[in-house]
Ligand binder design. Structure first.
Ligand code: NAD
Length: 336
């Protein structure tokens, strides 16, 4: 099978590209390299293109035809929640505009299989009783333009299915962490583990925003998923697109188990050997106490299940981080 992966030079995309190649698929990557790294696509063909530009439709149609693409995995997007609140029009142009160009090119070229990277950000601040898991049927309520763009793209994918028979599936990623290979670690410092690693290797203690949430240890709970487990879910989703019985088009990808900020930091201390004594600050606006996925649908329908836990995420994140960012500046209590 030949697969076009948009955003294949990025953190998650590079893992998906590598797994596809390992199983023998041909891969062509389209990426504007705004945050991606060209070397991370390995031997896959790489086309440098911003999906949001006007010429993207024709160029994408040409690529789909030239490489005889069977299916598209659409991962490319801008993903900074704060930036999306400051530049909503640009975020819509990037994420929704780019998606629209890709859909048009696929329709023109007669490519009818798409997997789309969605996000738990589509749920926003769900109105759920404590302890209840988020199912795909939980009402979406995005609270940022970023989350809105993901939801709109899900809707566009569904509409294209009705209009011209697109076979689409969206994966709603929860909190992605770790590295499948040390050279493919997350280069962005936006999620808890890279933020904590950056603090530690700069000689600072990590900050916990709020320790007065209605959770066991008072810190926020999230569902962390190893990037390699997530990448494997993409392969299952591709296979699902080829099936005739496809009852659902949206799947949560998480573990179904929450970890608190303190749980993660303790695990990170074990992985790195740092003596972690986090600073406690006030809550950040818009942070719900707990967001944990119900993953029964993806397990039952796609036959996918996570196999890697929090320790594998923090161990592999540290293995990827340490060679690039160096040894501890200070704080080496137990590791030396
Ligand atoms: N990392 C997470 O925790 C997380 C959680 C939920 C959803 N997601 C989604 O997963 C996807 C990948 O995230 P990531 O963490 O790998 O981010 P990333 O920034 O590492 O990867 C995004 C890739 O898309 C490319 N790109 C961005 N805009 C583009 C455009 N207009 N045209 C062409 N290429 C473009 C970038 O250069 C980069 O290679 C995104 O869609 C993101 O919204 C990520």
């Amino acid at each position: 099978m030949t697969v076009l992966v948009t955003g294949g030079a990025g953190y998650i995309g590079a893992h998906v590209v590598r797994l596809l190649q390992e199983r023998g698929d041909s891969v062509v990557v389209v990426d504007d390299l705004s945050s991606g790294i060209a070397e991370h696509v390995g031997s896959a063909a790489l086309v440098h293109l911003d999906l949001s530009t006007q010429e993207a439709v024709d160029k994408l149609e040409g690529i789909l035809n030239e490489y005889s693409v069977d299916a598209v995995i659409h991962i490319a997007a801008k993903k900074q929640v704060g930036e999306s609140a400051e530049r909503p029009a640009w975020y819509y142009a990037q994420n929704v505009g780019g998606f629209s160009h890709l859909l048009q090119a696929m329709q023109n070229a007669g490519v009818d299989k798409m997997m789309f990277s969605s996000s738990a950000a589509t749920y926003g601040l769900p109105n759920l009783p404590p302890g209840q898991l988020l199912t795909e049927d939980t009402a979406p309520n995005p609270i940022s333009p970023y989350g809105e763009t993901k939801l709109v793209c899900e809707w566009m994918m569904r509409a294209a299915g009705k209009a011209w028979g697109l076979r689409g599936v969206g994966l709603r990623y929860f909190n992605v962490a770790g590295a499948g290979w040390p050279e493919l670690g997350d280069p962005a410092v936006m999620n808890l583990i890279p933020i904590a690693l950056k603090a530690l290797t700069s000689g600072r203690q990590p900050v916990i925003f709020g320790q007065d949430y209605p959770t066991e240890d008072g810190t926020c709970i999230r569902d962390y998923i190893h990037v390699l487990d997530l990448a494997e879910a993409h392969l299952k989703a591709l296979d699902y697109l080829g099936r005739d019985d496809r009852p659902y088009d949206i799947f949560n990808v998480g573990t179904g188990t929450g970890s608190s900020v303190l749980d993660v930091l303790k695990q990170l201390a074990a992985s790195t050997g740092y003596d972690l004594q986090p600073t406690i600050a006030g809550r950040r606006p818009g942070d719900p106490a707990a967001l944990v996925a119900d993953v029964s649908r993806i397990q039952d329908v796609l036959g996918w299940k996570f196999t890697r836990g929090l320790a594998e995420m923090t161990d592999s994140a540290w293995e990827a981080w340490a060679p690039v960012h160096g040894a501890p500046a200070v704080l080496p209590a137990s590791a030396g």
